[in-house]
Design a protein around this ligand. Structure first.
Ligand code: IFM
Length: 468
């Protein structure tokens, strides 16, 4: 094993992870989850502002205001990042600030991101910007949202506006964050904004999101040729509960297709997977594909962002009746089973080996592309000890186990170049509101006081041990 990718323990038994030189160490957030200030400086509604007003849509009726007030406290937050020694900060830009209602450019919206990016650069922290982390302007949703092909072109205009201001300074751009969530949670099960439960709409959204990605990459190449560009997908390893059962294997194939390959294949191979074209034929997938789309969608990338939280174990249960709207179009009979691993506060199983499996799978099944883990993290019920600290040992164990898996992937030859913890700060966890805390930095939602948890200190040590 090369010296630089060794995992060791120091004299206190604290694991230190030796990653290759140049490995990117970061933390991630997203605009709607942290910024607040949803009505200032010209910003107008996104689909999430609207969704939050819908009774029962978001836990406790929580909204994106004030979130963690990052729009006004970004200087303190960047100082925190610097204290932790982060090499990179992954954040998203709010489309409804930059082009409110999807219309004219709003320079005040761009001013905020310019101040943020310049401050990060002054602090030696690389800004990694994502154009779309789910906050579609509501006015565009009213014209069909992602079911409307035109939304992809409006996205390209928005990307152009951002690049016109920041294209000379941001080293890494990603087009979309987790288009699976935008399409399937937003338009099929409706548990995310815009809360629609129309399978055909979700399938249209898949293609138009991918088209937006392709147009976004073309814009980055044209306006910021020195920058790296990619997309972030939430990938899940999918396992058949009984590998000898044809029904379970079939369930695994379909869930893997709908979750992973429907995005990986067009982006990295230039075609939708044949079995998904067939599976989604009743929902009109191919009706949306026009000449030249797949060429745009599969333009070469500099990196693929992998968001990993857990895997799926599935079984086919043909006799099960579908229970209401589902993310799993045409696969409503599939059952998702527990593998018996401990749960985070989100009820998600802690499955570090799934990260290794995911990275190896992408490495083996798709053309060589540098990978970055652009999100990985866990919500836990953090409590303050009497001395005012938060000893979030469960989060440290989570982080440690997943870094070991990442490390093992590098040892196995995967071209993995970075890791971003989700999230820097406790924040608005979508339909869960503020009930789930993912941060390595605690936020008191009444006072907005930030308190780094023990996991933040632990992560800072890993980063400094790796030469940052
Ligand atoms: O909070 C989200 C983030 O916005 C996208 N990826 C998963 C995180 C945890 O659910």
């Amino acid at each position: 094993m090369p010296e630089e990718v060794r995992s060791t323990s120091d004299s206190e038994g604290v694991v230190t992870h030796r990653f290759p030189p140049g490995f990117v160490w970061g933390a991630a957030t997203a605009a709607f989850q942290i910024e607040g200030s949803t009505t200032v400086d010209g910003r107008t509604d996104s689909i999430w502002d609207e969704f939050c007003r819908r009774p029962g849509a978001v836990c406790d009726g929580d909204t994106g205001d004030p979130a963690v007030d990052h729009y006004r406290r970004y200087e303190r937050d960047v100082a925190l990042m610097a204290e932790l020694g982060l090499g990179a900060y992954r954040f998203s830009i709010a489309w409804p600030r930059v082009r409110p209602d999807g219309g004219e450019v709003n320079p005040r919206g761009l001013d905020f991101y310019e101040r943020l990016v310049d401050l990060l650069l002054d602090n030696g922290i690389a800004p990694w910007a994502t154009f779309y982390h789910w906050d579609l302007p509501q006015a565009l949703e009213e014209r069909g949202g992602w079911t409307n092909r035109d939304t992809a072109y409006r996205f390209a205009e928005y990307v152009d506006a951002v690049l016109g201001r920041l294209g000379d300074r941001v080293p890494v751009w990603t087009t979309l964050n987790e288009p699976w969530c935008s399409a399937f949670l937003g338009y099929a099960s409706g548990i995310h904004a815009p809360g629609r439960t129309e399978p055909r709409a979700a399938v249209a959204a898949v293609h138009h999101l991918l088209l937006a990605h392709g147009l976004g990459i073309a814009a980055v190449r044209a306006q910021a040729p020195a920058a790296d560009a990619g997309v972030t997908l939430n990938l899940f390893p999918v396992e058949a509960a009984d590998p000898d059962s044809p029904a379970d294997r079939e369930a695994a194939r379909i869930v893997d297709g709908l979750q992973n390959r429907i995005f990986l294949d067009p982006v990295l191979r230039g075609a939708y997977p044949a079995d998904m074209v067939e599976h989604l034929a009743p929902y009109g997938l191919t009706e949306h594909i026009q000449d030249g789309d797949l060429e745009l969608i599969s333009a070469p990338l500099d990196l693929l962002g992998v968001n990993y939280y857990r895997g799926h174990m599935v079984s086919g249960a043909p006799d099960n009746a579908p229970q209401g709207p589902s993310d799993w179009i045409g696969a409503e009979h599939v059952r998702f089973l527990s593998t018996g691993m401990p749960l985070t506060d989100s009820g998600w199983e802690v499955q570090p080996p799934g990260l290794l499996d995911t990275l190896i799978r992408v490495h083996q099944d798709y053309p060589a592309i540098p990978l970055h883990i652009t999100e990985n993290g866990a919500a836990y019920r953090d409590v303050f000890a009497d001395d005012g600290t938060i000893r979030d040992v469960d989060r440290i164990e989570f982080l440690d186990a997943h870094l070991r898996a990442a490390h093992a992937a590098i040892e196995r030859g995967v071209d993995l170049r970075g890791y971003f913890y989700w999230s820097l700060l406790d924040n608005f966890e979508w339909a869960e509101g503020y009930a789930k805390r993912f941060g390595i930095v605690h936020v008191d939602y009444t006072t907005q006081v930030r308190t780094p948890k023990q996991s933040a200190r632990w992560y800072a040590k890993v980063i400094s041990d790796n030469g940052f």
